[in-house]
Design a protein around this ligand. Structure first.
Ligand SMILES: *Cc1c(COP(=O)(O)O)cnc(C)c1O
Length: 466
């Protein structure tokens, strides 16, 4: 498979180059040239297979130029060995025709592990083949940083530097990062906000001599490998509920649009998906965009579902590219308008296509909290605030009879004990492997929001790793 940039000016690359690069040179995102097709017989055959076997088969056409099949199977098996549930992404019924797809059984208790755990072995393999060392530098407000750290800890050819805003993450989120003491993991608590952390990462990427010296790369959700890994659970869930002989719908709590985009890819590969519901919290730019045809920034507000408190959904650019007939010029115009005026109008052809495959709904804090309470009393199951946004938004739209509705459950409730307790009076327990989180030793370095100081710290730390 070859990959093209959504902005049309970067070289066409193979899978491993796309994996190591993250963002394309022209500022665009890589996207497969074609969608491999899953036949009905193939889908029927998945019913009795373990998750890792389906995963290897679904993803192989995207990577076949870079790995022998047996080698690929081993990499995928290696990726999912740290999941606490044998099925990796089990379904749980919560009502008539309604299921939760539990994506939080990985090491850091959020769905980001499903993709990030695969990135670990893939980075190792690619770097060994090229005899290279890289430094993953990232900013996090919570879930992404810990998922990256868990996936890359202890790996010889990767240094990891994660910046979080000092005193501005939850204790659980910070400790999930700072109690990982492997030598290649470096946590920085930046004296500033999450936006300051992100701005610092961008500045370092732009500072070419620094970026080259440390071999800087990123693993944020615009990395194609992450979207690819997420297509798998749409396939396994649909098949378990009757595909290819019955269509299935999904409601997805959405921030950067990576997770739901993976559902769209699964549909394009031949999985019969009826509705794909974009669920947003008060940060509803996508819900407004589908309704009005205008994508328009309006400022971010903080909610109890912080991983969805995002104003610009980076992965939406890929959908614009695809639904606009792969017209890189139109994508460039839209992105330049977004940069200059904070908005753009979605062109007619793209808007019609997007509305054919997607619905969107918004759920505010009150609706989110009511959904946590409702699910708890209906099925004695505690859900996290992100999952609850998906349920509240999904239930607010009309559904077709006889089409199962799957709600993506993106985080373990114990990651967000305060919101869960407010809604139900119950406090969810951390799972056994994390029960001692608050007794573990922490290690991090507090640094000022100063590019020179950050770069010096990182260069020294990385020199010690290599
Ligand atoms: C990242 C995240 C989301 C949003 O996923 P996107 O791919 O950014 O749309 C939803 N819920 C949780 C718990 C997350 O960590």
């Amino acid at each position: 498979m070859r990959y093209v940039s959504t902005r049309g000016d970067a070289p066409i690359l193979g899978f491993e180059d796309v994996l190591l690069k993250g963002l394309a040179n022209d500022g665009g995102l890589y996207w497969p040239e074609t969608f491999p097709q899953l036949s009905e017989d193939q889908l029927r055959g998945f019913v009795d297979m373990p998750y890792v076997q389906v995963a290897a088969e679904v993803m192989y056409p995207f990577v076949a130029d870079c790995y022998e099949r047996a080698e690929w199977d081993d990499l995928v098996k290696d990726a999912y060995k740290h999941f606490a549930h044998a099925e990796v992404a089990p379904l749980r019924q919560i009502g008539a025709g309604e299921w939760l797809l539990e994506l939080f059984h990985g090491p850091t208790l959020a769905f980001k592990d499903v993709a990030m755990q695969l990135l670990g072995p893939l980075f190792d393999r690619a770097l060994e083949r090229r005899d290279r060392h890289v430094t993953v530098i990232g900013a996090t407000s919570g879930d992404t940083g810990s998922a990256a750290i868990e996936a890359l800890r202890g790996r010889d050819r990767v240094s990891v530097v994660i910046m979080h805003p000092h005193n501005r993450t939850s204790d659980v989120q910070r400790r999930q990062m700072t109690t990982v003491l492997d030598g290649n993991i470096h946590n920085i608590a930046l004296e500033g906000t999450f936006d300051d952390c992100q701005a610092a990462v961008k500045a370092m990427f732009a500072h070419e001599s620094f970026a080259d010296k440390v071999g800087m790369t990123g693993v944020n959700s615009i990395n194609w490998a992450r979207v690819m890994a997420q297509t798998v659970y749409y396939v396994t869930a649909a098949v378990a509920l009757g595909a290819p002989d019955r269509a299935v719908s999904f409601a997805v709590p959405t921030g950067n649009f990576g997770d739901i985009l993976a559902g769209y890819v699964a549909k394009r590969m031949g999985v019969p998906i009826d509705q794909l519901i974009i669920a947003t919290n008060e940060n509803d730019i996508l819900e407004r965009a589908l309704k009005t045809g205008r994508y328009e920034k309006s400022g971010v507000v903080a909610t109890d579902s912080p991983s969805m408190d995002i104003e610009v959904s980076s992965n939406f650019e890929r959908l614009l590219f695809e639904t606009g007939g792969r017209d890189a010029g139109a994508v460039k115009r839209a992105m330049s308008s977004l940069g200059q005026s904070g908005s753009f109008t979605i062109e007619e052809q793209a808007l019609t296509a997007i509305r054919t495959d997607f619905d969107a709904a918004r759920a505010d804090q009150k609706a989110m909290s009511a959904a946590i309470k409702q699910v708890s009393s209906d099925s004695a199951c505690l859900i996290d605030p992100h999952t609850a946004v998906g349920i509240a938004a999904g239930r607010s739209l009309p559904h077709k009879d006889g089409v199962p509705m799957v709600y993506l459950s993106t985080a373990h409730p114990a990651k967000f004990p305060v919101a869960v307790n407010e809604a139900t009076g119950q406090t969810p327990d951390l799972p056994p492997h994390m029960a001692d989180l608050f007794e573990r030793e922490e290690r991090f370095t507090v640094l000022p929001n100063d590019l020179g100081a950050l770069e010096k710290f990182i260069a020294d730390a990385v020199a010690g790793d290599a």
